[in-house]
Design a protein around this ligand. Structure first.
Ligand code: AMP
Ligand code: MG
Length: 417
């Protein structure tokens, strides 16, 4: 089998997966979920022409010639309805959000008025018609789709849902995800420390990667490199929507994952991707008679490779399954702080720190880039993507950086005032 490019492998994954149907959630528990229905406005907002300021509702014609003193006929607070029309020579005191009374066609802010001892108010400037009035339906119109299916619930979206009075609504179901580590050498987190063993990092790095997507995975534990034991664990994992297996997917004589899942009916779609770190990576699906599927990612055993493969393939897959219209991680452009050596042939992902100067982002390697060097992954803000055909990058060169979880905050405000 040919080595697939990262892009071709991502397309294969995204063409294979689909959303899993909808469920109802309450607004209070919906952050990060994705709407499975279009949401429409249930009334015009604002429901009538309202004041955008605390001030006076006036007839603009009265102010056309500059200085004028007007009689205050009413005091309209937010929540009040005006009871009087504003006649020539009159105005109404009005608060932000209160309905503009009949007759008035502009609002003058308090700062631009002067209260006189006789109770009248003096205005010295003209006020164009429409000034500081928010028109009925300017924010949203009754019946219009304000949020389309596929929209992620962010704080702003939650505010819109509350505005259109949707206390509950349909979102896409989240996939159920199982995680399995494989290898005789692995030591579980609660087992006593044995200097001859390798601590199981992958279960927990993958767990956190899945959790960062808003999904609570199930850890199946550690399967030994034994076909019968592996089969027992894999059977269990195939009960989920997505199974992430790390280790044992290579071509070594004790790498039983691929033949075992194939024996359980999983159809492999690819197992070779031209990337570094990341080799070997397998992707396949089990389709049941009722049409339901389990997607299996056979991730490399090396902790960094496992995490990078998760980022490149499982992130878009899980996000697409959850209904996200934007499945891929955000990338930003940066300048390289130093040269990067490369051999052409594989897309390389370099762990980097991001800093910022006047010209934008600067990418600096986090150090040892070996696929087992988990500390350099733990420190990273992002993965610098070195294109497959590159034979090296020089200092100052413009590069693409894919952001990692935790990279969306920085130690100083990004603006100066
Ligand atoms: P494998 O892909 O099974 O050949 O594993 C490649 C390397 O990754 C070996 O050095 C393993 O010890 C290491 N490895 C495999 N699984 C894990 C894990 N769950 N946690 C930490 N290291 C692992
Ligand atoms: Mg192994």
């Amino acid at each position: 089998m040919e080595y697939l490019s990262v892009g071709a492998a991502q397309r294969c994954v995204l063409e294979s997966v689909s959303t899993l149907g909808a469920e109802t959630v309450r607004l209070e528990h919906s952050l990060g979920r994705v709407l499975a229905e279009d949401i429409r406005a249930n009334r015009d907002l604002p429901p009538y022409d309202v004041s955008a300021m605390d001030g006076f509702a006036v007839r603009s014609a009265d102010l056309a010639n500059g200085s004028i003193e007007l009689e205050v006929v009413e005091d309209i607070k937010a929540g009040d309805m005006p009871t009087k029309a504003v006649q020539p020579g009159q105005c109404a005191r009005i608060m932000t959000g209160a309905p503009v009374p009949q007759g008035a066609d502009a609002v003058v802010r308090v700062e631009d008025s002067e209260a006189l001892p006789d109770g009248q108010v003096r205005f010295v400037k003209a006020a164009p018609s429409g000034m500081d009035i928010r028109l009925r339906g300017e924010g949203m119109r009754n019946g219009d789709v304000v949020l389309a299916a596929g929209t992620e619930i962010t704080p702003g979206v939650a505010g819109v849902l509350a505005t259109v009075k949707r206390a509950q609504f349909e979102v896409y179901r989240r996939p159920r995800v199982a995680i399995l580590s494989t290898g005789n050498e692995l030591e579980g987190i609660d087992e006593p420390v044995d200097p001859d063993k390798i601590p199981d990092a992958n279960s927990y790095a993958l767990m956190a990667q899945v959790q960062a997507l808003g999904i609570e995975p199930v850890l199946l534990g550690i399967a030994r490199d034994d076909p019968a034991e592996l089969e027992r664990y894999l059977r269990q994992g195939l009960e989920y929507d997505v199974l992430l297996v790390s280790g044992g997917t290579s071509v070594g004589v004790h790498d039983y994952v691929r033949p075992t899942v194939e024996g359980l009916g999983v159809r492999m779609k690819f197992w070779r991707v031209a990337m570094k770190p990341g080799h070997p990576l397998a992707f396949g699906e089990l389709e049941r008679a009722d049409g339901t599927k389990t997607f299996v990612f056979g991730l490399p055993g090396n902790p960094v490779s496992s995490m990078v493969c998760f980022e490149e393939f499982a992130v878009p897959a899980l996000r697409a399954m959850t209904g996200h219209a934007r499945p891929h991680r955000r990338t930003v452009s940066a300048r390289l702080a130093h040269p990067v050596k490369m051999r052409p042939g594989r897309t390389e992902f370099v762990r980097i720190l991001l800093s910022q100067d006047e010209q934008g982002y600067v990418a600096t390697s986090t150090g040892n880039q070996s696929s087992g060097a988990l500390l350099s992954m733990a420190r990273a803000d992002g993965l610098l993507v070195v294109p497959r055909d590159s034979s090296g990058l020089s200092a100052g060169e413009a590069v693409t950086v894919q952001l990692l979880d935790g990279a969306d905050f920085q130690d100083e405000a990004g603006y100066r005032e």
